[in-house]
Design a binder for this molecule. Structure first.
Ligand code: NCD
Ligand code: ZN
Length: 344
């Protein structure tokens, strides 16, 4: 077993960094590990215009520690009323993607899309301008079991979306099921998926082991073991269309340890170490660089980062909590030991 692994500096293709003091608390954690990150637009109010995205970009950059190179890649939050012309402005401003949240699917998604027919002209413009569509692939129909929402989204919406806009680059974000992984594997070169570290490491038992474990609650929710295995197979397959996206989603600890706890796992603090653990367990450490550092840039038409990072097999204990503005932030696995550590 290797004790040390040096890879091209990875990128995080799905990240939540919030705003204000929370943003300043978390951005340094991502910037330490990743060269770039796709920054999610689900602020309150959401980031819906190019001007808002550029102003948000400046706030993210202002939180990057001195001497660290970290490039936020910005996204727009797609609403029923996003004008098609915003896609051209987005491309000209260097905004890379739009995010489709079905209204009500997850944290801060109430401004999301109510009906895909509403946004057809905007998606056509995105296709034309080369703006990537990032999809939170879950139906919101309350009659659908929460564990089935991703698979049903593919059947009811993604298949048609793919047919309607054949050249639109689509990323099925934080894929969590074997149906999702299989769909993406067979969908052709314009369709990809991000996979989180927590969905590679855990199945839904983690939510209930020894009591209710709110820090393992995220959306899409953790699934059965057979799904976790399918995700590990996809991530370690060497495919160009499965790549790293942490979906690290910080919430104040008090709002996670709550009667109606927020969805989101904070993994950015030790993201790369968590992925290394998952890849090592699969006997596929040699595939980590492709998944973390090469497949994503290739899909987005960018060059891989020019620098490297080194991971060492060196046990260390995560802090119990981190500062988060006025609140506390509990990283996934707080107070527990990790086997891999990113060298300074
Ligand atoms: C995300 C958040 O908190 O912003 N939560 C989550 O559980 N993943 C939203 C999202 O990506 O669904
Ligand atoms: Zn997310």
């Amino acid at each position: 077993m290797p004790q040390e692994l040096t890879i091209v500096r990875p990128d995080d293709w799905h990240l939540h960094v919030r705003d204000g003091a929370a943003l300043r608390a978390v951005v340094p954690h991502s910037a330490r590990q990743f060269g770039r990150a796709i920054v999610m637009p689900n602020l309150r109010p959401p980031v819906v215009t190019v001007e808002q995205a550029l102003a948000y970009r400046d706030r993210v950059l202002a939180a990057v520690p001195e001497g660290v190179a970290f490039e936020p890649l910005m996204t727009l939050y797609l609403t029923d009323t996003t004008p098609p012309a915003e896609m051209r402005r987005a491309r000209e401003a260097g905004i890379v993607a739009i995010k489709l949240y079905p209204a009500g699917a997850t944290t801060h998604s109430d401004a999301g899309v109510t009906d895909l027919r509403q946004v057809a002209a905007t998606l056509a413009a995105a296709e034309k301008e080369g703006i990537v569509l990032l999809v939170h692939g879950e139906v919101t129909d309350p009659a659908v079991d929460v564990f089935d929402r991703e698979a049903i989204f593919i059947e009811r919406h993604l298949l048609q979306l793919r047919r309607d806009f054949p050249a639109l680059k689509i990323v099925l974000e934080h894929v969590t099921t074997k149906e999702g992984a299989q769909y993406v594997a067979e969908a052709g070169p314009a369709t990809a998926a991000t996979i989180t570290a927590h969905h590679l490491l855990y199945n839904r038992n983690a939510l209930f082991s020894g009591g209710l474990r709110p820090h393992y609650y995220c959306l899409p929710v953790l699934k059965r073991e057979e799904h976790r295995r399918a995700l590990v197979a996809a991530a370690t397959s060497g495919s160009d269309r499965f790549f790293l996206g942490t979906d690290s989603a910080p919430h104040p600890a008090a709002l996670k340890e709550h009667a109606s706890g927020c969805a989101g796992c904070y993994t950015a603090f030790s993201a790369l170490e968590l992925y290394a653990e998952a890849f090592e367990a699969a006997g596929a450490l040699d595939r980590l660089e492709h998944f973390a550092s090469r497949a994503g840039p290739k899909f987005y038409g960018l060059a891989p980062n020019a620098t490297t990072v080194t991971l060492k097999k060196l046990a260390w204990t995560l802090p119990d909590a981190l500062p988060f503005g006025d609140a506390e932030l509990k990283p996934l696995r707080a107070g527990e030991t990790l086997a891999w550590r990113l060298a300074a």
